[in-house]
Design a protein around this ligand. Structure first.
Ligand code: IMP
Length: 186
């Protein structure tokens, strides 16, 4: 079965390929810009993008929507993470958190996969951690330089290799669930 991951984010594409390849799942990546609806729910955003991707390509597809949820900011930026990244960025988040002691945060990843006519199937993964006091590391993308996963040794995501990040990340978890489901569907 050929499966296409629709994303314009090359960082995400690399992480997902590196997770699926060792499991024997080869994917095509298509950088199609899909409509991202405004919603407080990553699940709803992923579902709608997946329906649109399937409508365009008419073949088995999946999409992923992710966000960073900061406890002290009541879950902000959450589903608005890409807009916030493009506008205030890493520096803006650090500024908002400047005098905060509670730096708890989590990333959530939500995958929607549609193989045929049935509605998309959802897979989620969460990675709990905290916001660092300064950006550290050069790898990865987005808010990686300021996120320290709890299941780690104190390094930010941006200080880890793709494999190290995948082992504990929100996306690693959602992609492994997707892979398990695909295995059952074969
Ligand atoms: P979207 O899923 O493409 O809407 O992305 C949401 C935004 O959240 C991205 O633009 C990144 O800034 C951020 N983001 C999502 N996943 C990650 C991650 O694994 N590391 C760092 N930032 C992320």
């Amino acid at each position: 079965m050929r499966l296409t991951f629709v994303t314009t984010n090359t960082g995400k594409a690399n992480e997902v390929k590196s997770l699926l390849k060792p499991l024997g799942i080869e994917i095509d990546v298509r950088a199609i810009k899909l409509t991202e609806i405004q919603s407080d729910s990553l699940e709803e955003i992923a579902m709608r993008s997946c329906e649109e991707a399937h409508e365009i390509l008419k073949e088995p597809v999946f999409v992923e929507d992710a966000g960073l949820f900061i406890e002290r900011l009541n879950g902000f930026p959450g589903p608005y993470s890409s807009y916030v990244y493009r506008t205030i960025g890493v520096a803006g988040i650090l500024k908002l958190m400047e005098y905060e002691e509670n730096r708890a945060a989590h990333f959530k990843s939500c995958i929607a996969c549609k193989l045929s006519r049935e509605p998309p199937v959802l897979f989620s993964g969460v990675c709990v951690g905290r916001i660092s006091h300064e950006p550290r590391g050069l790898s990865g993308f987005g808010f990686d330089p300021i996120f320290i996963p709890e299941e780690g040794d104190g390094r930010t995501f941006a200080e880890m290799s793709v494999e190290e990040k995948n082992a504990v990340s929100h996306r690693g978890k959602s992609v492994r669930l997707l892979a398990e489901w695909l295995r059952l569907m074969r």
